[in-house]
Design a protein around this ligand. Structure first.
Ligand code: AMP
Length: 146
């Protein structure tokens, strides 16, 4: 049975802890309203997540200023992925609700270099930590900073 959308934003979700500095992440980009970091269980090499610094469970909760901010950061990340991986194809994905497969209940956009026809399994296999650190550094090096 699938879990319904939580009635309230869970202050202890993993991305909230990341924003509070309580758990580590491989940062790609940060500004006043958003944070981008490497997905720890990537569906393809270079899989990045972009989150708003707003307590939004899913798209329904996202305030317009944060909606604009996460999309602008997503554009920056996508441009950096295109440069670093020398490829045009970048998947933008975002899941709303457990029924759709959402596992972390803080709104986030997935940006995955790859093809929809070759996508790996969702949130299934941990990546090598050093590899993620290297990718984050390579992406951060070419991204537009605020
Ligand atoms: P979703 O299922 O759309 O909510 O996506 C959640 C994503 O968060 C999955 O792709 C996970 O691999 C990823 N994830 C879970 N924990 C972490 C973490 N500590 N650091 C980075 N990514 C994570």
């Amino acid at each position: 049975m699938t879990q319904n959308k939580p009635a309230y934003y869970d202050e202890n979700n993993i991305f909230a802890k990341m924003l509070n500095g309580d758990i580590p992440h491989h940062k790609v980009y940060e500004d006043e309203k958003t944070l981008a970091f490497m997905d720890i269980m990537p569906q393809a090499e270079g899989h990045v997540l972009v989150i708003p610094k707003q307590k939004a469970v899913d798209l329904a909760d996202l305030e317009p200023e944060y909606a604009a901010a996460v999309l602008m950061t997503a554009k920056k990340v996508m441009n950096a992925q295109r440069q670093v991986f020398a490829r045009e194809g970048i998947i933008q994905m975002q899941l709303n609700g457990a029924q759709a497969g959402q596992t972390v209940f803080h709104y986030h956009i997935h940006l995955i270099p790859g093809s929809i026809h070759e996508l790996g399994v969702h949130a299934a296999k941990m990546a090598d930590n050093d590899k993620l650190a290297d990718l984050a550094q390579r992406l951060a090096a070419v991204i537009d900073t605020p």
